[in-house]
Design a binder for this molecule. Sequence first.
Ligand SMILES: NC(=O)c1ccc[n+]([C@@H]2O[C@H](COP(=O)([O-])OP(=O)(O)OC[C@H]3O[C@@H](n4cnc5c(N)ncnc54)[C@H](O)[C@@H]3O)[C@@H](O)[C@H]2O)c1
Length: 319
Amino acid sequence: MKILITGIAGFIAFNFAEKLLKQKNVKVIGIDNFSSYYSVKLKKKRIIHLKKNKNFKFFKIDLIEKNKLVKLFQKNKFDEVHNFAAQAGVRYSMQNPTAYVDTNVSGFSNIMSLSKDFKIKKFFYASSSSVYGDNNKFPLKETEKIYPKNIYGLTKKFNEEIAQNFYDMHNFRSIGLRFFTVFGEWGRPDMFLFKILNASFSKKIFYLNNKGNHYRDFTYIDDVISILLRLRKIKIVNHEIYNICSNNPVGLKKVIKFISNYIPKTKIVLRKKQLADIFKTHGCNKKVTRKLKNLKFTKLEKSLLNTVRWFERNKKLFN
Ligand SMILES: NC(=O)c1ccc[n+]([C@@H]2O[C@H](COP(=O)([O-])OP(=O)(O)OC[C@H]3O[C@@H](n4cnc5c(N)ncnc54)[C@H](O)[C@@H]3O)[C@@H](O)[C@H]2O)c1
């Protein structure tokens, strides 16, 4: 079984590949462009870690480079494609919208078209809770109307529309994954939790947006990966979208209070709400729990503690 994973040097794809490679008869080919949006050192460390497994191969390819992608598809008969590569981040989309259009629209269209042309049986792609915008019909169901509030969310909405169009026009089947604030080991330095951990351990100031009055449906990476591993086993019959969330919105202040017991004292400066930010995310996970049955979610305290302990052991990666 040969599996292509894009954005492999990124947080979610790396964790997914790591678990996948523990299974028998699985070969993973990973691609990434080592975008400098956040620490390339961390991304390279993730790849070094994966390369310890002989069933893993890495190629530095940008989703924009269609010719290279064509050659990769010609050389390898992929059974599955998982597209995680993206220009992520909400606030950065205000400064550099082009990066989002290039990777998340043109790049996405390249990988999806090729997967269709090469008749890939299982195509999964990362969408985002950002497609919901400031919709407050909580918990948000997949059937809710979506009104993204920033360019990042807009590009993810467009991915979903392309995927639906490919199904309608070409019967190309796929699964879209609306991730909600994923956190955990090997996490992202541009996201709230790792930002505060980094500030705390390196004695820097942490700027808390909206004075901490934000709520997020924090979802632990281990739970996300268990869901992804089980979803890849299902038969894909159309274009489906699933919320990947814990259905448990928690205030940032509560998270800070909890982790404060385990980290050095942090100097926190309160800031006003940033324009592109969403006040609260809270997804309904009934669709995925019904599909997969017996899904278990790790207690927030346990997953936060695992993350803090991991960060403490690996803080050098974040300097
Ligand atoms: N982490 C979350 O909470 C979260 C929430 C919602 C959606 N998502 C989505 O899930 C996916 C994975 O997120 P993540 O947290 O692992 O992000 P990440 O930034 O850690 O990973 C994305 C990877 O894609 C690579 N990449 C960027 N542009 C590329 C290009 N043009 N060609 C090839 N590679 C490219 C980056 O170098 C990076 O390694 C993304 O699509 C993201 O938008 C994540």
